[in-house]
Design a protein around this ligand. Structure first.
Ligand SMILES: *Cc1c(COP(=O)(O)O)cnc(C)c1O
Length: 360
């Protein structure tokens, strides 16, 4: 029996997408970003599929510890670093590389004795994102302070993050790159700049480590494009099945609040998927759904456990017929557009009750 609602994960696609990263950034090592449970795909299974990556990156210390406890031994960067001494000690214990971005972190590093020595860090420059990092002269001052810190492995590595690299017409990205290069040019450490949008959209960035996330999962960070445009293959496909088919007369409304009124007599399909599974509640009527591999439009509101579709184009469809919500044959980027969101949120949003079917 097929599960009611399930995600199919094509782990071979992860390996393929990693190879594509290496084609787009041939002179870079790859720090594969697997934060947020590998964008909803499962952190340890994706880490296993990424054994060819030079390193891994997560957002938080607990994600890094989890990877170490699962036996992963490659470099792991924690993109938010530590926020207290306990986290710093955990990072030392598990040999996790820290991003350092606040004066408080520097104080914590200075307070540790050299007996614990051996932490690798990435010093973060804020080049215009205005989220994490040191700006301008503060960056140089932080660098100087860290040079004298016996806890640290030298050289100190250098990192920044783009704010708007998915907009190819915004020259802010160019300014961020120039600003970073200008400041770090005299420093010996390794450099890391580009996320997926930087890798795909801004070729020629000079750095040592690329930091792809989204593209490893087969998606495009650019509005109006899909992963296939860049030779990427979707990893996640979300599936369910029809559970009811019925006729609804023209003029009747469908679903909560009656937001959809049937313009004609309608063959209505009910599918067992909803926001309780991670199918976004704000997905609008008209969003494509694959029933028996063919597109039909969503109609009415998304409920917790069900959605409704117009099956007038498929009069023979029956309960039990297979449905794809996104993934294979239906780019999640396209569904994100119909839900006024980005593919990141849809991938991250799959809930516990959805069964996972892996394909190595
Ligand atoms: C999440 C993240 C990435 C990966 O971004 P994608 O757009 O998914 O490629 C890279 N660097 C940092 C600092 C991040 O937080």
């Amino acid at each position: 029996m097929t599960p009611a609602a399930y995600v199919h994960l094509d782990l071979d696609a992860v390996r393929h997408n990693l190879a594509q990263v290496k084609r787009y950034a041939p002179n870079n090592k790859v720090m594969a970003v697997i934060k947020a449970n590998a964008y909803g795909h499962g952190i340890t299974r994706v880490a296993k599929a990424l054994e060819q990556a030079d390193g891994l990156a997560v957002a938080r210390v607990d994600e890094g510890v989890r990877l170490r406890k699962a036996g992963f031994s490659q470099p792991i960067t924690v993109l938010q670093g530590f926020v207290c001494v306990d986290e710093l000690l955990l990072m030392l214990q598990h040999q996790l590389d820290a991003v350092v971005h606040t004066p408080q972190q520097i104080s914590l590093l200075q307070q540790q004795s050299a007996a614990d020595a051996g932490l690798s860090i990435w010093l973060k420059m804020d080049t215009g994102m205005n989220r994490l990092g040191f700006k301008g002269a503060d960056f140089n001052a932080a660098y100087q302070q860290l040079l004298d810190c016996p806890l640290l492995k030298q050289p100190i590595n250098l990192i920044t993050h783009f704010a708007n690299a998915d907009d190819l017409l915004d020259d802010k990205t160019r300014r961020q790159i120039d600003r970073f290069n200008e400041v770090v040019s005299g420093y010996p450490g390794q450099r890391s700049i580009a996320n997926s949008a930087g890798i795909l959209g801004w070729p020629g960035i000079v750095s040592d480590w690329a930091r792809p996330g989204l593209m490893l999962y087969g998606c495009s960070p650019f509005a109006g494009k899909t992963g296939a445009d860049f030779g990427l293959r979707p990893v996640m496909s979300l599936h369910s099945r029809l559970i009811a088919v019925k006729n609804v007369a023209a003029g009747e409304t469908v679903g909560y609040s009656g937001t959809w009124q049937c313009p004609t007599d309608t063959r209505l399909g009910v599918i067992s998927i909803g926001y309780g599974d991670g199918y976004h509640r704000h997905t609008r009527a008209g969003a494509p759904v694959l029933v028996n591999g063919r597109r039909v439009p969503l109609i009415g509101r998304v409920s917790m456990d069900m959605i409704t579709v117009d099956l007038n184009s498929q009069p023979a469809a029956q309960p039990g017929d297979p449905v794809t919500l996104w993934g294979d044959g239906l780019p999640v980027e396209e569904i994100a557009r119909h839900a006024d969101t980005i593919p990141y949120t849809l991938l991250c949003g799959i809930t516990q009750r959805v069964q996972i079917v892996e394909h190595a």
